[in-house]
Design a protein around this ligand. Structure first.
Ligand SMILES: *Cc1c(COP(=O)(O)O)cnc(C)c1O
Length: 385
């Protein structure tokens, strides 16, 4: 009989033949602890696992968090919510986005909590005749989803709709990541106007349900707020959106995801030879090129072609040469010692003294870590480290 660890190793070696995600659950657990410690005692963590848990694999992430005691989750769509329920996830699942009212029966059946994006929407959902749990969203300045923050009357009216059970009320900050004076001023106005709405509801005799305001940066920059939930996404995965962001609270967050691929082929080319589509790379010396079975279909952006991106092999950097293909890319390993077929290339993550972080890669592309991570390809195997 094979031992569990051997079995796991064997399974992993099969699944790591190509490109894969290594998910570090110890780091996830650490981040959960660190975030909880930064939150007020009565406040609960609502783990944001939309977009396949920011590319980390919603099943793996949510199952593990459920196991370590996380009881509230947020997703973007009803189908993401249903998938979690079918995977056995318990506790509250809040849908942050729009759901067609015609799907009220599924909201009820899967015990999902729907965000009410305005009063008309609440009426439409109520009309379906299925009892649905809901959180009222208040627009305090983002001007995306939510009830007008002046319109306490409509918000109050929702509490007496027959089929809607309001269990929460929340808002979303749109500049909480910035410590610029004007942005802080704007954010404070958002917070004030949210509490003003709460006060007006109280004045109308409403029993206030759970309240929440902060996402990751909301907690990091406005830790003094006293809410019932923090909706944490990016911080849970152990990174900030951008590498140069400074935050009021500085927490020891650890990246959960690494992206890796194996060297499947080594090719010697001569000075003047080209590599890849469009002959975009032409060698200016005799070179050793390693082919990696990972491409833009795996979520490694094509705009990192031609030296804009690099990987780490045996603790050394190797630049991407030529255009990144859908399923493959080439790196120059001429200067690297001792690269062999089967060597692991770290595309995002740490190897020896070198580290490639998602925020830095994303920043290099003019984006944020959130986008880079949530676009990880669905065909990547997920390996639990
Ligand atoms: C995505 C999302 C979050 C999580 O944001 P992070 O910055 O990743 O923590 C929280 N609240 C809402 C409404 C969201 O859409």
């Amino acid at each position: 009989m094979m031992k569990m660890t051997e079995l796991k190793k064997e399974k992993n070696s099969v699944y790591t033949d190509r490109a894969y995600l290594e998910i570090n659950l110890n780091n996830l657990k650490h981040n959960v602890m660190v975030l909880k410690n930064a939150m007020p005692p009565q406040c609960e963590l609502m783990a944001v696992v939309k977009a396949d848990a920011y590319g980390h694999g919603a099943f793996e992430i949510a199952t593990y968090m459920n196991r370590i005691g996380v009881k509230a989750f947020a997703v973007a769509t009803i189908d993401e919510g249903i998938e979690l329920r079918r995977a056995g996830i318990s506790g509250e699942i809040l849908i942050l986005g729009y759901t067609a009212p015609a799907r009220a029966k599924e909201l009820h059946r899967y015990d999902l909590t729907q965000t009410l994006i305005n009063y008309e929407y609440a009426l439409g959902l109520n009309k379906q005749g299925y009892r649905v749990k809901a959180h009222i969203k208040v627009d305090t300045g983002m001007h995306r989803l939510g009830f007008d923050d002046e319109d306490a009357e409509s918000a109050a009216a929702v509490f007496s709709l027959k089929h809607i059970k309001v269990s929460g009320i929340y808002t979303h900050l749109c500049a909480a990541d910035s410590l610029d004076k004007k942005d802080i001023c704007f954010t404070n106005r958002q917070i004030q106007s949210f509490y003003q709405m709460i006060k007006r509801l109280e004045e109308r005799g409403i029993n206030i349900p759970k309240v929440h305001i902060q996402s990751s940066y909301g907690l990091l920059n406005y830790p003094e707020l006293r809410c019932d939930y923090v909706r944490a996404g990016i911080a849970l995965y152990g990174v900030l959106s951008s590498p140069d962001d400074t935050t009021k609270l500085q927490l020891d967050l650890r990246p959960v995801l690494s992206l890796k691929a194996k060297v499947i082929l080594l090719r010697e080319i001569e000075k003047g030879d080209s590599v890849g589509y469009g002959r975009a790379f032409v060698a200016d010396r005799d070179s050793l090129i390693a082919i990696l079975p990972i491409g833009y279909a795996d979520g490694y952006p094509r705009s990192l072609s031609c030296g804009k991106g690099y990987v780490i092999i045996n603790g050394h950097k190797a630049p991407v040469v030529g255009k990144i293909c859908m399923d493959q890319l080439a790196v120059d390993v001429t200067d690297l010692p001792d690269v062999k077929i089967g060597a692991i290339a770290t595309v995002i993550g740490q190897d020896g003294k070198e580290e490639i972080t998602a925020p830095v890669v994303a920043d290099n592309l003019g984006s944020i870590a959130n986008e880079l991570l949530c676009r990880m390809g669905r065909r990547l195997k997920i390996i639990i480290a």
